[in-house]
Design a protein around this ligand. Sequence first.
Ligand code: GLC
Length: 552
Amino acid sequence: MTPHLTAPAITPAHTGHTNWWQDAVIYQVYPRSFADANGDGMGDLDGVRHKLPYLRDLGVDAVWLSPFYASPQADAGYDVADYRAIDPMFGTLHDADALIRDAHELGLRIIVDLVPNHSSDQHEWFKRALREGPGSALRSRYHFRPGRGETGELPPNDWESIFGGPAWTRTEDGEWYLHLFAPEQPDFNWEHPAVADEFRSILRFWLDMGVDGFRVDVAHGLVKAPGLPDIGGSDQLKLLGNDVMPFFDQDGVHEIYRSWRLILDEYPGERIAVAEAWTPTVERTAHYVRPDELHQAFNFQYLGAPWDAEALREVIDVSLAAMRPVGAPATWVLSNHDVTRHATRFANPPGLGTQLRTPGDRELGLRRARAATLLMLALPGSAYLYQGEELGLPDVTDLPDEVRQDPSFFRAEGQDGFRDGCRVPLPWTVDGPSYGFGSGGSWLPQPASWSALSVEAQSGDPDSTLELYRAALAARREHPGLGSGDAVSWLDAPEGVLAFARDGFVCTVNLTAEPVRLPAPGKALLSSGSREVALDGGEFVLEADTTVWWAV
Ligand code: GLC
């Protein structure tokens, strides 16, 4: 039964900006791995609720929760069986209500994940579609097709699943259905009005619950090219890839988002939507955030950039230039639940992609990760943090195969499939079962070295990564100029160094392996390296792989 739930709207944002989301720092919670209140080894909504004060004190503006809906968990909840129910593993609708209310009381906003490209194969519609057979009304809400070949033994086209293998699975009655991801994730047919109606209703359900926004999963995938044409050629897509494909970034998706925007705007308090849209260019991404569409889109070009001054400057310039004409804030992200954590990416040589299996040079990775975070948080727009990056967590690159759950690992021939490494549950305490994650162990094993990386171990240690994040987020609040605006002014700097000015503020980043002597632009606010920035006759030494913020 659906309880009657209407959470109170949140009080105005701290910055005094009309649009809270334009410079918001949004923290991604991956509910399975954040905190486990009931001791079953799997995180849950109550766990998140108990840790909200931690997130408030960290200094973020909003929390985005990865899916917690009823799901067989074939893809860790991105296979939704009921969009209006909470999976018992995560709790109940009452828990969700309590979480939203508590968050609002603490001044935190809540963004939930919405998965409109596909459902679970255990969704009522799909189960009925299978039962009712070829030609039935329910089949037209998905993409069912007869096969090719003499007896229909070949898939209807040559598309491959992003998780590996064909994007089609044959049913017992001989028809095939499309799934861009796992076979347990059949793609909806968005040409069907019932699908569009259903999602408008789901949006309203969660808006009525009081959520402040949606993260739209695979936002670029909903509409497929007419006739589902073959791709031809052998280079098919990988997760987070950005090639031009007949199933991605079709112009028809924008009509859907225009209709969603009308709904979001009906509700008070600036409810937002952020697109997970992998497109060939940042300019194409900007289409999703035109004034009558969604509010933000993840900047995967930024996430994919190497630790290299020229490459970063280029992607920053291109991103700001692409967003300016549509008036949307640029966004910045370094880690999420689909990619190797940035502390490990930057510990490895560039060019290895976003799913790595090698730990690399941990110390180097952490130094660069801290510097990269300060760079990101100094850019105009909104920044996304992924749980655990504030602890400087590395990816767990040596998980035994038996414990892995990423569906792409099992279909992975030649593919990525190592997303479990960034999904290992968080360490909260120095000792205790699963380092304070919960009393009943953790669904993926945590390395023993994580005791020293726990929240408890780092809290109060001014050199820790956690305290660096706290200080950076506090400074962002004190200097609203840090996240606002839509431009940076680059300052002259030696090769391998980035320096830019913002309102009353300068950011200097040394991306080289050697210290550099530079004129001090003002008063040092915060450094990702040694805490003290020594001034010497108006100059200072910017350490290797280090960012320093300055008040000017
Ligand atoms: C998105 C999610 C990813 C999921 C996929 C299919 O890319 O971030 O975790 O596997 O969509 O829903």
